[in-house]
Write a protein that binds this ligand. Structure first.
Ligand SMILES: *[C@@H]1O[C@H](CO)[C@@H](O)[C@H](O)[C@H]1NC(C)=O
Length: 188
């Protein structure tokens, strides 16, 4: 009898722990706004891609061959535009340079990617110092991506990102290996 009650208590405690402590009722994600009028936008400069989370495996498959990615965000000479450069180091050692143009929008905090009319990028603050969280939504996929100013942020940052995103039902998770040297970013 006592054993059964104890089992029931533990079971209830398990449910409460999972629903209350692991997944807060309101998402802890806070939207960030990129403000082009600020002289020194905190989003500019170098970032490292750390981890990704999505509802399904397919939505992260583009990163399967990635060892590490370094990004550099810079202000464009054109108003309301940002330029993002990336150096993708593949697992087999190649460097793949990529480049995107983001358009800031007056009315929303979303970024729009040039040439990708259905793609939307939202920025969120990360609970971890030096971190930022992006949510990319396009036709057929949505995913959260964790970036940090450091190539190897504390393990806790990755764990917090994982619990935050899994609470939103983005339960497939990927951490980049980051074993190899980062690629050089070419200017212009
Ligand atoms: C990286 O970003 C910084 C800040 O936006 C910029 O000053 C610098 O020119 C960029 N470097 C490259 C290689 O794009």
């Amino acid at each position: 009898m006592f054993h059964q009650i104890w089992a029931a208590v533990l079971y209830l405690y398990g449910i409460l722990f999972n629903s209350i402590y692991q997944c807060p009722e309101h998402s802890q994600l806070t939207t960030l706004r990129v403000d082009e009028n600020k002289f020194q936008d905190p989003h500019l400069g170098q970032w490292y891609f750390i981890a990704g989370a999505a509802p399904t495996k397919e939505e992260l498959s583009t990163f399967d061959s990635v060892d590490n990615i370094v990004f550099n965000m810079s202000a464009s000479t054109v108003p309301m535009q940002l330029q993002l450069r990336a150096g993708i180091r593949t697992k087999n050692g190649h460097c793949v340079p990529r480049q995107w143009i983001y358009h800031l929008t007056e009315r929303s905090t979303d970024l729009r990617t040039e040439g990708r009319p259905d793609m939307k990028t939202e920025l969120f603050s990360s609970p971890c110092p030096g971190g930022i969280i992006l949510k990319e939504t396009d036709q057929g996929y949505q995913r959260f991506l964790l970036y940090n100013r450091l190539p190897h942020p504390p393990e806790k940052c990755v764990e917090e990102f994982q619990s935050l995103t899994s609470c939103l039902d983005f339960k497939t998770f990927l951490v980049t290996p980051r074993n190899q040297e980062t690629c050089k970013l070419s200017s212009s």
